[in-house]
Design a protein around this ligand. Structure first.
Ligand code: ADP
Length: 186
């Protein structure tokens, strides 16, 4: 069956980079909810208009909106055929519960959730260094706090379901990728 993989990790942990490498290696479809929202903002859609201010402040777009976007995307043929790498979703327990239901309705199983683990101090300095437009010191702090409050509980959620693998995200990109490959064994 086509793999369904969730990638967790603090902002700045290297999720985007590792996802790109997994896509290149396995032909799996990368779904980044952050990229989807930024595309909607750039296109000026209704969703984009709703999301823009929330994103700029480092807050979270509502579960209702996010669940709808992801449910639609996961039903598309390319994902049913090639599988999906979910990056940036789920981010709350509500989203994780919805995802569980979506996959059950599709009759497919979650392959694994991988946590790319990088300590808080390290991701903070990485994010300050990359200088993205929404990376103000205040927004970074808010996003990292959101992660601890809303997303870190998902580690437990997936561990309880025997679906969690953790890799050390410190070190060279190649080294981390080798760990990711070893942990996922896709
Ligand atoms: P970061 O990991 O730096 O926060 P992302 O690209 O994953 O960057 O997301 C950018 C922003 O988009 C988030 O800060 C948040 O406002 C919004 N967002 C993305 N995914 C979700 C989600 N699953 N739930 C709520 N908000 C989201």
């Amino acid at each position: 069956m086509a793999p369904r993989v969730i990638v967790l990790g603090r902002q700045g942990a290297g999720k985007g980079t590792q996802c790109a490498r997994l896509v290149a290696e396995h032909g799996i479809i990368h779904v980044s909810t952050g990229d989807m929202l930024r595309a909607a903002v750039a296109a000026g859609t209704e969703l984009g208009q709703q999301a823009e201010a929330i994103m700029n402040s480092g807050g979270l777009v509502s579960d209702e909106i996010m669940n709808g976007i992801v449910a639609e995307r996961l039903a598309e043929a390319d994902i049913m055929e090639n599988g999906v790498l979910l990056d940036g979703f789920p981010r709350t327990t509500g989203q994780a519960e919805t995802l569980e239901q979506i996959l059950a309705d599709q009759g497919v199983e979650l392959t694994a959730t991988i946590n790319i683990d990088v300590p808080l101090e390290e991701v903070t300095s990485r994010m300050m260094a990359r200088g993205r437009e929404d990376d103000t010191a205040e927004a970074i702090a808010t996003r990292l706090q959101n992660y601890e409050d809303s997303t870190a509980p998902l580690l437990d959620f997936y561990a309880k379901r025997n679906k969690l693998v953790v890799v050390n995200g410190l070190g060279e990109e190649d080294e981390v990728f080798a760990r990711v490959q070893g942990a996922l064994a896709l």
